[in-house]
Ligand binder design. Structure first.
Ligand SMILES: [Zn+2]
Length: 285
């Protein structure tokens, strides 16, 4: 893991469709000053700035949405996962629409973009949030917890009635390398029977068979798109890594998720930061 804070070496842009809004959005990643963290900028809304922080999360129904001063950015979790996976600390993300483009529905699309821009050391030490005692949140049948560990570990278990998913579990010893190989390529997924209802709620207008693994009663409709047999649980870890990145620093500890989603992940960070005896900031070594 990098022991110095990093930003990107040069500005880079990409355009694509927004998963929920269905509009084309251009996203520009720019170098940022040391200590800024990740800052979203709505270029189409008077350059309103929204820091990528857990306490600015509003909506979590189908993607993590941050909001400030009447402006919001949705579905930030895949980009945030790539930022965490790249060990990138300071970054400005300017958008001319309500969400980053969904690209391939994974984090690899963003990671590739970050790698193209290159990383640049800020010459300032990087700090991590060390978990000192277990913190756990349960909401209905979902549980998420953080507990002390020597490194950063993500463990996840899901159980879906759909036979194509069923019960899946995965454990990741987190590093930039393991993230890039085992997690970043895992695509988002959705159920065909829910699509009409989602669109009626003005969601998923940009979901296509090219960016989302689509499930119906017979299984995965676009099986040819699959990159792992257990891609679904890997994507849930991707989402969790993106959601935990809203802590504002890398986490040293063990994340465990059982059917957890964005709402429970966010509640976990709020519970963690509500208890100052549960964590401390330590320089990475
Ligand atoms: Zn996702």
């Amino acid at each position: 893991m990098n022991v110095m804070r990093h930003t990107i070496a040069r500005e880079i842009s990409i355009s694509g469709i927004a998963l929920h809004a269905g509009v084309t959005v251009t996203m520009t990643l720019s170098p940022a000053p040391a200590g800024q963290g990740v800052m979203f900028v709505r270029g189409d809304l008077g350059a309103t700035q929204i820091p990528a922080r857990y306490d600015l999360v509003g909506e979590t129904r189908l993607g993590t949405v941050i909001q400030k001063d009447g402006a919001s950015v949705g579905v930030i979790e895949h980009l945030m996962a790539a930022v965490a996976g790249a060990a990138l600390d300071d970054l400005t993300v300017t958008l001319d629409g309500p969400e980053p483009p969904i690209l391939d529905g994974d984090a690899l699309s963003y990671l590739t973009l970050i790698q193209k821009a290159g990383l640049k050391s800020q010459g300032v030490p990087r700090h991590a949030i060390e978990i000192l005692k277990p913190v756990s949140v349960t909401q209905k049948d979902a549980t998420a917890s953080l507990s002390p560990a020597s490194g950063t570990v993500y463990e996840f278990e899901i159980e879906f009635a759909a036979a194509a998913i069923g019960r899946q579990s995965f454990a990741l010893d987190f590093s930039p390398e393991s993230f890039a190989q085992a997690i970043a390529p895992a695509r988002t997924f959705g159920f065909v029977k829910e699509l009409e209802g989602l669109r009626a709620m003005n969601l998923a207008h940009g979901a296509t068979l090219e960016n989302t693994l689509a499930l119906d009663d017979s299984g995965v409709v676009n099986k040819g798109l699959m990159r792992f047999p257990d891609e679904f649980v890997r994507h849930k870890i991707l989402d969790a890594i993106g959601d935990m990145a809203l802590a504002g620093a890398p986490i040293l500890g063990r994340f465990r998720g059982l059917r957890s989603g964005h709402a429970t992940n966010n509640a976990l960070l709020r519970a963690l930061f509500a208890d100052s005896s549960a964590f401390r900031l330590v320089p990475l070594s």
